[in-house]
Design a protein around this ligand. Structure first.
Ligand SMILES: [Zn+2]
Length: 329
């Protein structure tokens, strides 16, 4: 098979030989799996004759001949007249199209393959199809685009188009759009720092690991707010029933002229709906949440303590820098 493979690699030197259109860039003429041989060529008579000559040469030297009953021609996109010419010349049966993974399936179904060899075959198929820079998919289907950007086209194979369709469907399924929560515009679409928005989202989803949650999981036994040191710590308390956090919020709210109808986080979000258009108010509210949570963690882990004034100044500086690119508010 190695000798035959060498002869086939010389096929492109023949004047009448043309690569299969999808094999030009890969300089691919054939693939060998154990005793099976796949030859890829352009669908024209001269190329078929070039291959036939190559096989004749091999037979002449080796005395081995291809078994006609185990040989098939696979056509794709070849005009009927050309196809008839080729069939007349070769006398072969017709089968249209194939999928390379079918090879592995065929072998797996026919022969009991050792697990290591099966894995090796799968890897070879994957490398051939999906090789990062020179694989079949990246060269002929994606053509430099990403999987997500690749368009379905008529010329692409059914297999590929179907796979692309299924990938899109699965992606759409995984990112199923649910109805927007009322506070979504406050978290997204503001000038806030992403980490402030993220913390705000965790707060609204009750996703922060505060003390009442840790106690319910048996990870902690004492629940005492480290900001005021006189109350039970849960999300409503931290934002902003706690005297410390309430004081910080009042200073920040005065700075951005944000009316505070209530000190409950949920009610602030609802009663201040019209102010969602105010980027500075959004950014300040989310920054206040973030720095209160940070202060809570610093104190929990014996870090430095900030005062209400110090924390308010930090929030003001960070928001101003974020929105206006300077320290001047
Ligand atoms: Zn407190």
């Amino acid at each position: 098979m190695e000798v035959l493979s060498r002869l086939l690699r010389r096929l492109p030197r023949a004047a009448n030989f043309s690569y299969h259109p999808k094999c030009v860039q890969l300089n691919l003429t054939h693939l060998v799996f154990a005793d099976d041989l796949l030859v890829f060529i352009r669908g024209d008579l001269p190329s078929v004759k070039a291959v036939a000559d190559c096989l004749d040469t091999f037979s002449h030297f080796s005395g081995l001949h291809a078994n006609p009953s185990k040989t098939d021609l696979y056509f794709g996109g070849v005009a009927e007249t050309v196809r008839d010419l080729i069939l007349d010349a070769t006398g072969n049966a017709l089968l249209v199209n194939s999928v390379i993974f079918g090879l592995h399936t065929f072998w797996g179904a026919s022969v009991l393959l050792p697990k290591g060899i099966a894995k090796r075959i799968i890897k070879l198929c994957k490398d051939f199809l999906w090789g990062i820079d020179d694989g079949w998919i990246s060269t002929y289907v994606l053509k430099g685009t990403s999987l997500w950007d690749a368009q379905q086209t008529v010329s692409n194979s059914w297999y590929w188009n179907n796979m692309k369709y299924r990938t899109d469907t699965m992606y759409g399924y995984l990112r199923t759009r649910r109805p927007l929560v009322p506070w979504a515009p406050l978290i997204h679409g503001t000038g806030s720092h992403p980490k402030h928005s993220f913390t705000g989202m965790l707060v609204m989803n009750n996703g922060l690991p505060n003390l009442d949650k840790l106690i319910s999981r048996g990870m902690c036994f004492i629940n005492r707010c480290v900001l005021c040191e006189c109350s039970y710590e849960d999300i409503p308390h931290l934002f902003f029933e706690c005297e410390f956090s309430k004081s910080v919020l009042i200073v920040v709210a005065q700075w951005v002229q944000m009316p505070l109808g209530s000190f409950s986080l949920a009610q602030i979000m609802q009663t201040n709906l019209p102010t969602r258009r105010n980027v500075k108010q959004h950014a300040s509210l989310l920054a206040t949440i973030y720095y209160l949570w940070k202060e809570r963690n610093d104190r929990s882990f014996k870090g430095p303590k900030s005062t209400v004034d110090a924390l308010s100044i930090v929030i003001r500086k960070v928001v101003t820098l974020r929105l206006y690119g300077s320290n001047v508010s």
